[in-house]
Design a protein around this ligand. Structure first.
Ligand code: ZN
Length: 74
């Protein structure tokens, strides 16, 4: 797992449309979060996009390390 899972994304509450910020890790772990008005939202990933991005980022990190460099995308 790479640091990409710490990326923050905005989701809208399906009940009241208020916006809240979660991390990709929260979504991948299907955490239950609450919006500012107290509605529970079951996070779930659509498809396997996060895993793909995570894997691509790890590949990128590895490739750059192999070239003798370091990467700081944060
Ligand atoms: Zn809400």
């Amino acid at each position: 797992m790479s640091f990409i899972l710490d990326s923050k994304v905005n989701v809208d509450c399906p009940e009241c449309r208020s916006r809240l910020t979660v991390t990709l890790r929260d979504i991948q772990q299907r955490r239950l979060v609450r919006c500012s008005r107290g509605h529970s939202i079951q996070l779930k990933e659509q498809g396997d996009g996060i895993r793909k991005v995570d894997r691509a980022t790890e590949d990128l990190e590895r490739s750059i390390r192999r070239l003798g460099g370091t990467i700081r995308l944060k």
